[in-house]
Design a protein around this ligand. Structure first.
Ligand code: ZN
Length: 139
């Protein structure tokens, strides 16, 4: 069995951002030379997500609005977690909802997606360097 590992780094200019990372994951798969297997992609931070959905800007706006209704950033003091001196309790909650990781089948050297599926990095406490792990195993 072959195995491949890579970290993708991000530093978003805004606190919240959604980035399509499908091209980077496809490049990892190409570099791995694995034709049949599995790709795991996970955020390495507890205030960021990796998820699969449509690359449609209206939907991403809808996610932001929906997540802010569930867990508004302000007022900061409404969260017990922020008693630690941090201000990112909402980001932890948003990450939990949007998920930590995705797994994609690899078939004949390609990501075996359903219709319109793309991989996204979801940032909820950005403006600093953070990373995503790509792990590929197979033959
Ligand atoms: Zn925190």
């Amino acid at each position: 069995m072959k195995s491949y590992r890579k970290e993708l780094w991000f530093n978003t200019p805004t606190r919240v951002a959604f980035i399509n990372i499908t091209p980077q994951v496809q490049q990892c798969l190409k570099d791995s030379a694995i034709r049949e297997g599995l790709v795991l992609v996970n955020a390495m931070h507890i205030t960021a997500s990796v998820f699969i959905n449509d690359d449609e800007s209206g939907l991403h706006h809808d996610y932001s609005v929906w997540l802010d209704k569930l867990a508004p950033h302000e007022p900061i003091r409404q969260y017990r977690h922020n008693d630690t001196g941090e201000d990112n309790a909402d980001a932890h909650i948003k990450r939990q909802i949007m998920g930590r990781e995705v797994v994609i089948a690899v078939t004949e050297g390609k990501l075996d997606f359903g219709p319109w599926e793309q991989i996204f990095y979801g940032e909820f406490d950005g403006q600093r360097r953070k990373r995503v792990l790509v792990k590929i195993i197979g033959e």
